[in-house]
Design a protein around this ligand. Sequence first.
Ligand SMILES: [Zn+2]
Length: 154
Amino acid sequence: MLKVVYKPHFNDSPTNPARCFYKEGIIEINRSAYDLLTPYQQKFVLQHEIGHYVNQNRNEIEADRYALSKLALKEPNSLYNYAKSVERIAKQPTRIQQAKIDAVKKAAEDGSEYARSLLANADGSECKPSKNNLLILIIVITLIIVLLWKILKK
Ligand SMILES: [Zn+2]
């Protein structure tokens, strides 16, 4: 059974808001760092530590993903706040980058066309010129031809 223990501070890692002893099923909260976080960030930290326990490993990205699965789309701005939480708490740039990609993937799953287009381009599919751009190009070329014709006719 998972147990949450609140400590006034962590002597060995004063800025770390929480940690999980996943084999023992103990989450320790460092009040001096945890209390400085926003309510969403606190929820994220707790779910991240639960993720270590559920996954039974130290993998930070997997723990982040567990938190995302619990918090995504449950309240306004949850995906933005998720990415911001990881940015605030994580030290590794790869973990922060992955959190942003995972948040965009969630948005795409939720039906965001913009998120889908971002992922389509990120996956290497070619960015084709849109029909609107092509139309504007044709109009501009036509105007140039008409203008040249009028100038040369004089
Ligand atoms: Zn962790």
